[in-house]
Design a protein around this ligand. Structure first.
Ligand SMILES: [Zn+2]
Length: 246
């Protein structure tokens, strides 16, 4: 899921008030707080909420991401605290959590919005190493009945979706790692390529080495560029053991 950025200009971001001064706080995210916008009006989608924030929200409120059935838009940098959890200037909800608003506009598909939200949360869990028990409803911080639809018996289902998304990202990485582990042996210099091919031709030559010869398939794999580095090394071990280097 691509998170599109429409970051609120710094001077338009709602600020905390400390000792009569307007301030913003740096943040290292430890939690993710889930909200619903509670705005069921037609058109009250992610873009509308991103615009509301971007243009300078008159309410003393800000959150990092809004997501609907079509897209996810980021409004605040993740290293800056928003004002969304209702637990005050020093609460962990405001000061240590990424705020994610799920849109409930009547002209949107709420189920699809939940899917998209879980994808976004899964990505954030991975990016900031946040475990599922630190993905919490707004209610956790302030008692407010938010996210209202999810809290009607669907919270656990949602968290499970997020965890699945989180795990799938690990699967992608490990698949890539496996592919990297299995890099093909493709010498970049012509001389080395020719030497390798000569040697493999020799080592797979049954008329010369009889039963000790390596299987011709290895030579073919090398010619086709599908011989892996691990197998190339294995062949050298086999050849040494079988006394083919003569
Ligand atoms: Zn909320």
């Amino acid at each position: 899921m691509i998170i599109r950025q429409q970051i609120i200009p710094s001077y338009k971001r709602p600020k905390y008030t400390v000792d009569g001064k307007k301030v913003s706080f740096a943040m290292v995210p430890e939690y993710i707080t889930i909200h619903e916008t509670a705005n069921t009006g037609n058109g009250a989608n992610a873009q509308a909420h991103a615009n509301l924030q971007f243009n300078g929200n008159s309410r003393q409120a800000s959150w990092h991401i809004q997501v609907d059935d079509l897209q996810a838009i980021q409004s605040l940098p993740f290293d800056e605290a928003g004002i969304h959890a209702g637990d005050g200037t020093y609460g962990n909800g405001n000061r240590k959590s990424i705020g994610v608003e799920i849109c409930v506009n009547a002209d949107g598909d709420f189920e699809k919005a939940l899917d998209n939200a879980s994808a976004v949360v899964g990505q954030l869990m991975k990016q900031f190493d946040i475990p599922s028990h630190k993905v919490v409803p707004h209610k956790h911080w302030s008692g407010k009945n938010c996210p209202a639809n999810l809290l009607k018996g669907r919270w656990e289902e949602f968290i499970n979706l997020c965890s699945v998304e989180r795990r799938q990202l690990d699967d992608v990485v490990s698949t890539q790692t496996e592919k990297e582990d299995d890099k093909m042996y493709k010498p970049t210099s012509k001389a080395l390529k020719d030497l390798t091919e000569d040697l493999l031709s020799d080592m797979t030559d049954e008329t010369k080495h009889g039963k000790q010869a390596l299987n011709k398939d290895w030579l073919n794999q090398f010619k086709q560029g599908t011989l892996s580095e691990s197998n190339a090394i294995g062949l050298l071990f086999a050849a040494a053991k079988r006394g083919l280097f003569k």
